[in-house]
Design a protein around this ligand. Sequence first.
Ligand code: NAP
Length: 323
Amino acid sequence: MSLLPRTTSVKPGEKFDVIIVGLGPAAYGAALYSARYMLKTLVIGETPGGQLTEAGIVDDYLGLIEIQASDMIKVFNKHIEKYEVPVLLDIVEKIENRGDEFVVKTKRKGEFKADSVILGIGVKRRKLGVPGEQEFAGRGISYCSVCDAPLFKNRVVAVIGGGDSALEGAEILSSYSTKVYLIHRRDTFKAQPIYVETVKKKPNVEFVLNSVVKEIKGDKVVKQVVVENLKTGEIKELNVNGVFIEIGFDPPTDFAKSNGIETDTNGYIKVDEWMRTSVPGVFAAGDCTSAWLGFRQVITAVAQGAVAATSAYRYVTEKKGKK
Ligand code: NAP
């Protein structure tokens, strides 16, 4: 089984019933269901697995017990390959709504046409915006604990954030690093309680709560993180070799707006319970959407992909029936 889905040669200008934009769990879910509805489907995306490429062991997807994320991507590939869904590794730059069809413009391969579009385009990592962050990016600062933890074996690190990513990151880092500071701006956590309880039991993790990072300092590489306690105003410098910024993600607001698709007040693509966006014929699924009160998991993304494909199927069938 491969980490790359079997790609297909498609001709620019070719028309599809549905074009799925993205290659994360939402896109895989949409691809499977579109294929099963026998829609002429094309998937266009850049990174097979999307954010799953940055995950370690996944144990909250029913039926796949303690699976490595990379193995999960391989299983997803195998499943859509069974249905011979064409996949194009490319970047979608623009979706033009021509009224009777959509023209999906890619960076490398040209344009493709479709009666409907499903967006499973995910989110982008959020930056802290403090002095030193840009300067030390890749020189001690990382945005992916799961990917970079082994590089910090026997080192001292800080993880910033209080969500699932930060707590999962702190847990992974605790088995490589000698000491892990978990710096969070509150004293309660957004993360699932099971992660918080697991990390609390790690003897080499120190919680630095009600605290924010003011600056990341160093010379050639990171040396200190400057932290302010929001309750006491105390400023501390912690000596660290690495800083893992795990403070969440930003939605693809600009992409949505530039294609005439409405977003919610937080910038996520607005969808209804059938994953319909504000543009008839365009559907969205997964982390990029406002769906399900922002409950963003692999299992929900895949499910939303399936719902979006069902809506696309109904839309395309109705459209064809009118011709
Ligand atoms: P998240 O849930 O949005 O949490 C972000 C955390 O960073 C919050 O604790 C937030 O603090 C903090 N934060 C945000 N901006 C900050 C800033 N400027 N300065 C300091 N702290 C800041 O993001 P996430 O943890 O990356 O998770 C993203 C999504 O992926 C979530 O839906 C999550 O459930 C999912 N995920 C799931 C798993 C899993 O195992 N199932 C693993 C990883 C991620 P506040 O709490 O004060 O807002």
